[in-house]
Ligand binder design. Structure first.
Ligand code: ADP
Ligand code: MG
Length: 366
């Protein structure tokens, strides 16, 4: 048989098989546009519902349309991606995953002092997630609950089949010259952190079987890992107060070092003053330090401010019901910036070997 004949011979079988497979998927699964319509389009919500909204057109056209920020304001833009098995476990609650995908982006806006405006969602989704009962429903509920809490509508995105990956781009607004940049810390600034650090890493270690933990305290820590709170109000409150800020996603010391390098400074940090939960406090000093100093995924803010701002910062913390703790100060650097001297509870400088242990923060390629 020549090639053509072989083709004719097999084609009906091929077409049948192919059709069968298509129907099998179609029966249980939504198409791309049904899926976007069902889970990611909300009547009235894609066009901002708030008075004076900057959003003219949301989901459904080739582009969303936004008004430019009002005079004297800058647009703040950030993208963060979550990849299955890299940033979250396969069996994570989809409601939490929807929350976290947006939370990590809002956290970047917070760290810049920006007010959220809107976001887009690029979604790569395996078919089994589309057919898994309730998965997309819960994912979009978690996403929209946090979006609504910050009046930050979903205005567009892209949906494709593929390995589970969630990429969000968030847009915010910040008055010109008030953005909390990394490169504007000053020598002699206090270094502050919000709330408590380390629980996310502590919970992650427990889930990975690195250590055990008391059950009820573990549940609290797990919530901090899976449902992080972006410190949006704190970021905006710090606009005229702080010199520099960063959100802690990869570990306190590594993230602080980004500020120090950008601002050409060094720092001293009192590591036993770094606030943590009761649960983590009850663990060994070594584990507590590891989680608070090196652990990522806390999404608290680390910021620097002049010593003259201590009272306004304490008032801000009280008004937000949020613990703000001074953990160190910035110091002058000569040519090599970014050195962090660590002091223990007795004010003793830590051994350099131990210091370098705590300084290792998360890096995807190391
Ligand atoms: P185009 O082919 O013109 O880029 P698409 O067909 O990809 O548009 O998407 C159709 C509409 O649905 C667009 O308005 C797009 O922004 C929106 N969209 C696609 N995926 C998502 C998603 N995951 N979340 C929100 N909106 C989405
Ligand atoms: Mg188009």
């Amino acid at each position: 048989m020549n090639n053509l004949l072989i083709w004719q011979y097999f084609t009906p079988f091929f077409v049948l098989t192919y059709n069968y497979r298509m129907t099998a998927i179609d029966k249980s699964s939504l198409g791309e546009f049904d899926l976007i319509g069902k889970y990611f389009t909300r009547k009235g919500s894609s066009v901002g519902s708030n008075v004076g909204s900057n959003i003219l057109l949301g989901v459904g056209d080739d582009c969303a349309l936004l008004r430019p920020p009002s005079l004297g304001n800058n647009l703040a833009i950030t993208t963060d991606m979550l990849v299955e098995d890299r940033h979250f476990f396969t069996d994570v609650d989809p409601f939490y995953l929807g929350h976290k995908a947006l939370a990590v982006n809002l956290s970047d806006l917070a760290a810049m002092g920006a007010k959220p405006l809107a976001f887009t969602l690029a979604l790569s989704l395996p078919t089994r997630r589309v057919t898994q009962p309730g998965w997309l429903d819960q994912f979009s509920k978690g996403l929209f609950k946090l979006a609504d809490a910050h009046d930050c509508p979903l205005i567009g995105g892209d949906t494709t089949s593929g390995p589970l990956t969630l990429s969000i781009t968030a847009f915010g607004e910040v008055p010109q010259d008030q953005a909390l940049r990394r490169d504007l810390a000053k020598e002699g600034d206090d270094i502050w952190v919000s709330h408590e650090l380390g629980d996310a890493r502590w919970a992650l270690g427990y889930l990975r079987g690195e250590w055990s933990a008391p059950q009820n305290e573990f549940e609290v820590a797990r919530t901090r890992l899976e449902l992080p709170t972006p410190r949006i109000e704190l970021g905006q409150g710090l606009r005229k107060i702080a010199h520099a800020a960063i959100d802690i996603s990869d570990g306190l010391l590594g993230d602080l070092r980004h500020i120090l390098k950008a601002s050409n400074l060094n720092a001293s940090v009192w590591i036993d003053q770094v606030p943590c939960s009761k649960g983590l406090m009850s663990q060994s000093t070594e584990l507590r330090r590891l989680c608070t100093l090196r652990g990522g995924d806390d999404y608290e803010l680390c910021f620097t401010a002049s010593v003259n701002e201590r009272e306004p910062i304490e008032r801000l913390g009280t008004s937000l019901g949020l613990k703000l703790t001074r953990i160190g100060k910035t110091t002058a650097a000569s040519k090599d910036s970014g050195r962090i001297d660590l002091y223990d509870a007795n004010n003793h400088l830590l051994d350099p070997a131990l210091t370098s242990q705590y300084l290792k923060s998360f890096d995807h390629f190391k």
